[in-house]
Design a protein around this ligand. Structure first.
Ligand SMILES: Nc1ncnc2c1ncn2[C@@H]1O[C@H](COP(=O)(O)OP(=O)(O)OP(=O)(O)O)[C@@H](O)[C@H]1O
Ligand SMILES: [Mg+2]
Length: 211
């Protein structure tokens, strides 16, 4: 028994903070936990992350973005996720194919270059193979609250876009969460502790028996 849990959602909704808190909590309960982020976590994935998110990086088409995110994903799933699950570990990952459906398919910055959702779904299936997330939690947050939370950080290439863009991204996540299997929306407003409490209520019943 293992668990592949994903936290997804708009920039600044709390994926990294909440994944770290969940990781510590699950370790405390006797689980072996692997905390991963997309794009990244493997050497190739981290190199692709720099290319994709660097503000000074060259602008690229949504199709190019989708292919690079997918390459990083395929690498992470094969190198890290599948082996961890095979050992009965809990994998907590930040983002998954759902982000690619939203950012490159539903709300690309260049709307004329939207990538068709069926193609993105196929890329997602290819990257994950049989190793699909057991549960995807979309952390839902008002875009102005998300922006305020990130105010002290330097925005990366995608975060720096205008408010309407972030609103389309939020709505994209909510729409997909209704359609996709294994998706749950969790309210990401309030304190770290508030959000963590809501998340644990979703995750606790999914945890395998500790080893
Ligand atoms: N519940 C919260 N209350 C107040 N601030 C928060 C809360 N959750 C996260 N933050 C702060 O908001 C910022 C963004 O949070 P975090 O990095 O966890 O989000 P993220 O979803 O991983 O963002 P990104 O998409 O940029 O990776 C951080 O500075 C974090 O400390
Ligand atoms: Mg993060």
């Amino acid at each position: 028994m293992s668990l592949y849990l994903v936290l997804d959602g708009v920039d600044g909704c709390g994926k990294s903070s909440q994944a770290s808190l969940l990781t510590a909590w699950a370790i405390d309960r006797g689980h072996e936990v692997v905390h991963l982020r997309e794009p990244g976590s493997t050497p190739l994935g981290e190199a692709l992350r720099r290319l994709l998110l660097d503000r000074d990086g060259a602008a690229m088409s949504p199709l190019t973005e989708a292919l690079l995110f997918t390459a990083a994903r395929a690498e992470m799933v094969r190198e890290l996720v599948a082996p961890a699950l095979a050992k009965g570990k809990v994998v907590i990952a930040e983002r998954c194919f759902l982000s690619t459906l939203v950012y490159q398919g539903i709300a690309p910055a260049d709307e004329s270059a939207r990538v068709p959702l069926p193609l993105l779904r196929e890329l997602g299936r290819r990257a994950h193979g049989i190793t699909m997330p057991d549960r995807i939690v979309v952390l839902d947050l008002d875009v102005d609250v998300a922006r305020a939370r990130r105010a002290h950080q330097n925005p990366d290439r995608i975060e720096a876009r205008e408010r309407g863009y972030h609103q389309r991204v939020r709505e994209g996540f909510l729409g997909l969460a209704r359609e996709e299997a294994h998706c749950t929306v969790v309210d990401a407003s309030g304190s770290h502790e508030d959000v963590q409490r809501r998340l644990r209520a979703v995750v606790e019943p999914l945890l395998p028996r500790p080893r």
